[in-house]
Design a protein around this ligand. Structure first.
Ligand code: PEP
Ligand code: MG
Length: 893
């Protein structure tokens, strides 16, 4: 097994082994681009180390061999005292984890070689500053020294000299600082800063391996659903310097705008600086276009390289580069993160450029991005004048969305307040990886410094969280927990609104308007010329690709005409679940109460007779809205106590009334019924098909309402396509009994109305026993609809109503699952039951219709699974329909 690859040996397909950064450095090297020479230690080596606590035995020799080769090539030795080779040691996992893991620059500097570097560079200040940075980074990330100690010493040095920026410290100051830094290391780490360059390198490599398992890296992986066992590669790269004077610098570039997708020159440049200065957002940068006037040769070369990369990767690339005394070096490239809107635009732009085809375009976007585009936006037309929200300033629109919340100035408060249900906006001068928890807790993030590639911007975009960064008019004072913008002071707790699409920041609450993408789905917006319409046009095209290739049909969970009509506009191909209990709420609850309290057949029949016309009217509306498309109506499912008053409240009311000696007859009967129906585990109690079996006439009334509604529509020359669905069946016998009665009622209605209704009768599969005996159940069912909410509840034994609040956080933190099984289908457990039930059901009845109507029907990852197991359709809430259509297309493409 080979643990080390020279940059010339790898390529971009080796991301598993070399990590994203290593694979792409190799790819660029092979493209002939100017990459500083170096090598990559594989993720396999990291895995061995993390598993056993020791590096693989062969690693040391392999690293030595590659270092020798590098030294020969560069004609100098690592840390050589008269002319040192210096290297960076950087982490690089398969999936990018911005700022999550460690990097150490300038390895090879020591008390001896710093002098050599000063001579060679002709810049003593630069050499000592580089050494200072090495001790600081190495101390913090490798030796675990508290980083603040270095920062404080640096601040003190500046204060003593009466200057505010690092560059005003001269070589003598920096020499003193190096001495101090070394003392800090010795004191805080209990060992001296290592003078042996190879020891520096080996320790840094180990530290990078270890950084895979820091708390913040683990948290980030859970958030992003990155598997925890991949490990990181380590890139050892010869150093080039952007801080050697005004003809040097460093920057980042995008081959097109990651916010809009437009082609052009996008990026930031910082003259006379090292790469970390840009990414950390510590100093403010200039626009990349200005590089043209600073160094035209390098600029032209960079633009040419950007074109090469975009054509080669056939996608937006982001790039980190450094110019060392007029010479351009590529330090990193990768297919760049982008906003949701840009993803859609870029995908269609690349199709138009002939770089990708439609199937590939579908893989370049996803349902989560589409869902994000369906969020409302700010209506800021009222925010100009004196009244209403006040514009505080404008920063960089780093990650879109409209966030309103209370201003907080540190992560701790963000987490605390959000836990107590407050919406907060996290406001910082700049963020760093320690702010991750706070960023997750916040509605939106606002920083006063840093560009599009600052930590805040990159991480927020990754999380799909609203972010404005670099709002320079805003002065953030974290110590006093407030910000000032001009003469306005915003204190902790004041409401602020942050617009991640325009970069505007307001004091007060800005009203929101619907997203143009929703307007488009609603049929209220069509392709045109302004900015929003360009996005709409891209979404329109991508949805058309998806609809063309998808095999899964998409239905809606809807139980009223309004939802049904919206679902239809959003592209629903029918209703997969109409929960009839929703038709029994409001004023009708009392009628259900009468049904439950009925003592005699007579009373019961009266109650049912009263409900029948109402139910029928509901169904007529629904069939009308979905004319020509299937409508699956589920018979009553929930435990009856849901229709009765709360047991405690009622008991108190009755007790109080009794003490006043004026208890009313009805309340007493009600209380009795409530007691009788009270169950310890109502979700496992009298509900679903069981209600139909023990309450005479209930299901018959519902079936009659469906059949009569269908007959009426049919006789009006319409095309109702009702399907009757029996919930919570565990055995075929239950279904057979209910079916017999339903068939009889349907026959009566058909005879009376002179129609042939062709009503289908099927069942939900939402109990393990139903799934396990699906072959038998299919004998009595014309369709199955998997109720994955209840199926997940019963397969795991998790109460769907309680777990999220009780122990799921602990489960997520411990990594037992990366995402709730109520959100994304548990493929191995619940999913495997679905798979076998599909096979068994179809074996019994080859034309069995198969769908799913649990929450998973609108979840991107789950949709792919349902495609794969061969369902006919998914059913989800109306707003998720576009997402399901898109993901069904992506699954099939
Ligand atoms: C289900 O259990 O997945 C389902 C769709 O039914 P309900 O959520 O109404 O129980
Ligand atoms: Mg259910």
């Amino acid at each position: 097994q080979k643990f080390v690859y020279d940059f010339t040996e790898g390529n971009r397909d080796l991301k598993d082994l070399l990590g994203g950064k290593g694979a792409n450095l190799a790819e660029m090297t092979n493209l002939g681009l100017p990459v500083p020479p170096g090598f990559t230690i594989t993720t396999e080596a990291c895995k061995v180390y993390l598993g056993s606590g020791e590096e693989p035995a062969a690693l040391r020799d392999e690293v030595s061999a590659h270092l020798d080769a590098l030294e020969t090539r560069m004609a100098k030795k690592l840390g050589q005292s008269d002319d040192p080779l210096l290297v960076s040691v950087r982490s690089g996992a398969k999936f990018s984890m911005p700022g999550m893991m460690d990097t150490v620059l300038n390895i090879g500097l020591s008390d001896a070689s710093v002098v050599g570097l000063a001579t060679q560079s002709g810049d003593e200040r630069f050499a000592w500053d580089s050494y200072r940075r090495l001790i600081q980074m190495f101390g913090k990330t490798v030796l675990g020294v508290d980083g603040d100690l270095f920062e404080e010493a640096l601040e003190a040095a500046k204060e003593a000299k009466g200057v505010t920026v690092d560059v005003d410290l001269d070589a003598a100051d920096l020499k003193k600082l190096v001495k101090q830094f070394k003392k800090i290391v010795t004191r805080d780490a209990g060992r001296d800063f290592p003078q042996d360059p190879r020891e520096q390198m080996d320790l840094a490599i180990k530290a990078v391996f270890d950084s895979w398992n820091t708390d913040r890296a683990k948290l980030y992986r859970r958030q992003e659903r990155i598997p925890g066992d991949l490990g990181t590669a380590v890139n050892v790269c010869s150093m080039v310097f952007g801080n050697l004077g005004p003809d040097s610098g460093t920057g980042v570039a995008f081959t097109r705008d990651p916010a809009s997708g437009h082609q052009g020159v996008y990026g930031d440049y910082l003259q006379n600086a090292q790469g970390e200065d840009v990414v950390a957002g510590i100093r403010n940068t200039v626009a990349l276009a200005e590089l043209e006037s600073i160094d035209k040769t390098s600029y032209d070369q960079l633009i040419a390289i950007m074109e090469t990369l975009e054509t080669h990767y056939r996608d937006l690339c982001d790039i980190e580069f450094t110019i060392e005394r007029g010479r351009l070096w590529m330090l990193q490239t990768r297919v760049g993160k982008r906003t949701a809107g840009a993803a859609f635009r870029i995908a269609t732009q690349l199709v138009d450029q002939g770089l990708i085809d439609e199937a590939e375009a579908l893989q370049r976007v996803n349902g989560a991005q589409l869902a994000q585009l369906m969020f409302p936006r700010f209506d800021d037309t009222g925010a100009r004048g004196g009244e209403g929200p006040q514009l505080l300033g404008r920063g960089i629109a780093a990650s879109p969305g409209a966030a309103v919340g209370k201003a907080v100035f540190d992560s701790y408060t963000a987490i605390k307040w959000s836990r107590s249900g407050e919406k907060v906006i996290l406001i910082r001068r700049e963020t760093n990886p320690d702010d991750l928890d706070g960023m997750i807790a916040a509605e939106g993030i606002l920083t006063s410094r840093g560009g599009k590639t600052s930590h805040a911007a990159v991480v927020a975009r990754g999380m799909g969280k609203t972010c404005v960064c670099g709002a320079e008019e805003i002065e953030v004072d974290t110590k006093r927990r407030r910000l000032t913008a001009g003469t306005t002071v915003v204190e902790e707790g004041d409401l602020v609104s942050v617009d991640g699409s325009t970069g505007k920041v307001y004091l007060g609450e800005v009203p929101v308007v619907p997203s143009p993408v929703v307007e488009y789905f609603e049929g209220r917006m069509h392709a045109g010329a302004d900015d929003a319409d360009e996005l709409v046009a891209a979404v329109h095209r991508i949805m058309a690709y998806a609809d063309r290739v998808r095999r899964l049909r998409v239905r809606a969970n809807a139980d009223n005409a309004e939802d049904a009509l919206r679902a239809r506009r959003f592209g629903a191909q029918g209703i997969g679940l109409c929960r009839t209990e929703h038709m029994f709420l409001g004023e009708r609850r009392e009628m259900v109460e009468k049904l439950i309290l009925a003592d005699t057949d007579q009373e019961r029949e009266t109650a049912l007779d009263a409900l029948l016309p109402l139910q029928k009217a509901d169904f007529i509306e629904l069939f009308e809205a979905m004319d020509g498309l299937p409508v699956t109506v589920r018979l009553l499912d929930p435990p009856l106590h849901e229709f009765l008053p709360d047991i405690t409240e009622l008991s108190v009311r009755v007790a109080l009334a009794e003490s006043r000696k004026d208890a009313n007859e009805n309340d007493l009967r009600l209380l009795q019924a409530v007691h009788k129906l009270h169950e310890q585990n109502p979700m496992l109690g009298l509900r679903g098909v069981r209600l139909g079996l023990v309450i005479p006439g209930l299901f018959a009334m519902q079936v009659r309402a469906i059949a009569e509604a269908a007959a009426e529509r049919k006789n009006a020359k319409s095309d109702p396509r009702a399907e009757i669905m029996i919930p919570l069946v565990g055995t075929v016998q239950e279904l057979e009994i209910v079916r017999e009665e339903a068939d009889r009622v349907i026959a009566e209605v058909q005879a009376a109305s002179g129609t042939n209704l062709k009503l289908k009768i099927g069942t939900m599969i939402e109990l393990p026993r139903a799934a396990l005996t699906a072959g038998q159940i299919a004998e009595a069912a014309e369709f199955f609809s998997f109720g994955t909410n209840d199926l997940t509840q019963t397969v795991w034994g998790f109460s769907r109503d309680d777990v999220e609040a009780s122990f799921f956080t602990a489960y997520l933190e411990k990594g037992i699952f990366g995402v709730s099984p109520f959100e994304t289908i548990d493929k191995d457990g619940v999913g495997s039951l679905v798979r076998s039930a599909v096979e068994a059901g179809r074996a019994t009845r080859p034309d069995l219709k198969l769908g799913i109507c649990g929450e998973h029907g609108g979840d991107p990852e789950s949709v792919h699974f349902f495609h794969e197991v061969g369902l006919d359709y998914v059913s989800c809430s109306p707003f998720r329909i576009p997402v399901a259509r898109l993901e069904a297309g992506r699954a099939a493409a």
